[in-house]
Each structure stands twice: as C-alpha cells, then as structure tokens.
Design a protein around this ligand. Structure first.
Ligand SMILES: Cc1cc2nc3c(=O)[nH]c(=O)nc-3n(C[C@H](O)[C@H](O)[C@H](O)COP(=O)(O)OP(=O)(O)OC[C@H]3O[C@@H](n4cnc5c(N)ncnc54)[C@H](O)[C@@H]3O)c2cc1C
Length: 375
C-alpha cells in the first residue's frame, strides 16, 4: 500500500484497483501497445508504451493473453498462518521451532496480545483466487506448537487463520517439495515486449522492481535512444512515503495527542508521518477515536483514512487488508462488520441495502474460512 502511495504521491503514478486486465492490444508489428481492462462493468483499452505483468500467482494467466498458450511457469505454494492468544504461548521474542515428523521449522511470532504461528509450505492445485487454511494445515501447525510449549493449544484456541500462495517459479529439475524451490525472482520479456516479473519475496521487492524497470528502460523503451528516460531504476535511493517526519513524530509521541503515546507510536509504525492525518481525523470527533473492533487497537478513524487515502471500497478491505482485524480476531471482526459498514456508508454513499450486502459478504467469507478448518 505504501509503495503504491509513494509512486502516486511522489512520482505521479495513476493507481486503479478493482480493474482487471482481460486482454493485451498489439500493433501491426505484434508489439504490445495497450491493455484491455474491465472496471465497473465497462471494458476499455488503455494505451501504453510498456506493459509490466506483476500479477503474482496469476501472472501465467496474464502471460496467456499475450502468448496464446498458458505457460504454466508458476508453481503455487500454499502457506498458512494461525493466530492464538499470546497468553497461550508467552514468547517474548520471535522463535523458530521444529515440526515433529518433518524436516521443516515454523515461526512463532509475538504480536501484541497475539502470537502468529506459521507457515506451512505445500503444493496447491485448487482455485488460486481463494486458498483456504484446512484441517491438515491446522494439525501441522498445532503439532509444531504443542511440541515446543508446555500448554496444549487446540483448534478451539485459534482466533484467526490466513492462507496465501507464493508465486514460485517452477523448476522441473528441483526436488518434490515446494519448500526446496528457489525464492529467486525472474524477469522475462516476451516477443511482443510484455515484461513479466515472477517469484521473489517481499523482502526483495526493491531489487525485483529495479530489475524489472531496467529491463523496461533498456529493452522496451530503448532508453539509449530516448534521452528523457533515465537508463536505470533509482529505487535504491527513494524513501518510502511517510519516512520523512517519522522520527520526529515518535519523539513527540507522548505529548502530541490526547490519544496517548502508545497509540501515536502504533499509528506512526503503521502510517509513518501520515499518522498525523489519522490523528487529526480521530481528534475531530470523539466517536472516531473509539476502537474499530472491540478488543483491538485499531481506531474507527483508520477506516475513514483507508477510504479517503488508501482506496478501500468494501468492509472486507477494511477488516482484512487495511487493518488486520480478521487475521487477529476473526469472530470479533465479524461481529463488528455491521458497525463498520454504517461507519463507511456516508463516505462511500451506501444505502441500507448496500450496507447489508457488505456485511453479508464479509460474514460469508468468514463462514467459508471456518468451514475449511473443520472439514
Ligand atoms: C505464506 C507466505 C509466506 C511468505 N513468506 C515470506 C517471507 O518470509 N519473506 C518474504 O519476503 N516474502 C514472503 N512471502 C511473499 C511472497 O513470497 C511473494 O513475494 C508475494 O506473496 C507475492 O507478491 P507479488 O506482488 O508478486 O504478488 P501479489 O501480492 O499476489 O500481487 C499480484 C496482484 O496482481 C493482481 N492481478 C492478478 N491478475 C490480474 C489481472 N488480470 N488484472 C489486474 N490485476 C491482476 C492481483 O489482484 C494482485 O493484487 C510469503 C508469501 C506467502 C503466501
């Protein structure tokens, strides 16, 4: 989110969400010169000089639009985390624990009042849009956890689960396990000039971006000829949005706001110096300084910030992705969904029917998550 905002606020990038690339457009020489997108029920073409496909686990599907045939270059590897109350584990530092009966280990990470345990690393062949944590994943992680702590943690103690797919580059010569596959990234340019970045890690995102942009500049845009382009990515020297002013904000945390130093420090860690905008929203109306989900630290003001500045458009955006309420306390987040919908309604122009639809949609996702664990 902050990387995208940095691109928009500092470099003039235009960001759109909920807009799907459904086709690529090519000129008479077969070079890609546009993407056909679907947004709000409309389909239209955006002309481009270059196209970068960074669609993660879906990147083969986008490549298939260009290359006519599905390349099957990605081997999706499912990873699951579970959340339990910190009091069940009482670890003061992040630890790596072995999984009995497997050669892998998993992390046990303290996170305020919670502890996160994960991750698994298994082949995944289901629909990539909706991987779920299942009974086997839970059994695997609880086996590891219970092998290393004195208390016994059961499925009933799990407060939240989340599952994701790593877009690993398939390697026919690698051994059977996804855990042994390389996490290195790969940049590939197709005959029509579409540049695809696959594999990699969150921690290497700048290197991945630099390699991708260098490929676009030198090979697609031919920067040697077009002098207004730099020849290489300059990401290495760019500070992320919110970095400037962060330290001053943290230094003044105890005195700057009636919300108190702990809340200011938490907001600064999440939003950088933009925390001052969240604080201004919270201080403008006492109700907005209330918790978004009872029992969690998030403020109602953060939901307003997410709509105004982070392109959130659904209750699920707020509870699953702009905050992590769903991952931390799934049931409490479901209980709070109606209040969140009512809070967002004036911002997003929702009538009562739309609020009800948003709540039903969010609760249906939670029901699916629960069903996957117990079946
Ligand atoms: C369980 C797990 C553990 C991980 N552990 C680590 C770790 O320890 N360290 C680490 O550094 N990284 C870790 N990662 C990160 C991971 O390895 C990847 O780097 C990351 O998940 C993929 O990011 P991405 O930006 O490539 O893809 P994504 O974040 O999936 O982004 C792809 C985007 O493309 C969009 N998209 C897809 N198709 C289309 C289309 N047709 N039109 C428009 N948009 C489209 C999608 O909506 C999505 O927003 C982990 C990931 C998982 C799942």
């Amino acid at each position: 989110m902050t990387v995208a905002r940095t691109a928009a606020l500092r470099f003039g990038a235009t960001l759109v969400n909920r807009t799907e690339v459904v086709d690529l457009q090519k000129d008479s020489n077969g070079n890609v010169n546009g993407v056909v997108v679907k947004a709000d029920g409309r389909t239209f073409t955006v002309s481009t000089k270059a196209v970068v496909n960074a669609a993660g686990v879906w990147s083969d599907d986008v490549r298939a639009l260009d290359e006519a045939e599905h390349p099957r270059s990605i081997r999706p590897a499912k990873g699951v985390h579970i959340t339990v109350a910190w009091s069940k584990v009482r670890n003061t530092v992040a630890a790596v624990i072995p999984v009995p009966g497997d050669k892998r280990s998993v992390f046990v990470v303290p996170w305020g009042q919670f502890t996160f345990v994960g991750t698994t690393d298994t082949d995944y062949t289901g629909p990539v849009d909706d991987p779920q944590c299942n009974e086997d994943d839970v059994e695997y992680l609880l086996r590891a956890l219970n092998g290393s702590i004195t208390e016994t943690v059961t499925t009933d103690d799990i407060l939240g689960t989340w599952a994701g797919l790593r877009p690993l580059v398939a390697d026919p010569e690698a051994s059977g396990r996804t855990a042994d596959l390389s996490r290195r990234h790969k940049v590939r340019r197709s005959d029509s000039g579409d540049v695809t970045i696959t594999g990699g890690k969150l921690t290497t995102y700048r290197e991945m971006a630099a390699d991708t942009i260098d490929e676009v500049l030198s090979e697609v845009l031919d920067a040697d000829r077009i002098t207004r382009f730099r020849r290489r990515s300059k990401t290495k020297h760019i500070k992320i949005h919110g970095a400037n002013g962060y330290e001053e904000l943290v230094d003044s945390a105890d005195t700057i706001s009636p919300l108190g130093g702990d809340q200011v420090r938490r907001l600064a860690d999440r939003y950088g110096s933009d925390a001052t905008t969240v604080l201004a929203i919270a201080e403008s109306d006492q109700l907005l300084a209330e918790p978004l989900v009872p029992g969690l630290h998030y403020l109602r003001a953060e939901a307003i910030f997410a709509v105004r500045y982070e392109m959130a458009t659904t209750v699920d955006d707020i509870l699953s992705r702009r905050t992590r309420a769903r991952l931390e306390t799934r049931d409490a987040s479901a209980d709070a969904a109606a209040a969140v919908a009512a809070l967002l309604a004036p911002e997003l122009g929702w009538d009562e029917a739309e609020q009800a639809r948003q709540v039903a949609d969010y609760r249906a996702r939670i029901d699916e998550e629960l069903e996957a664990i117990v079946h």
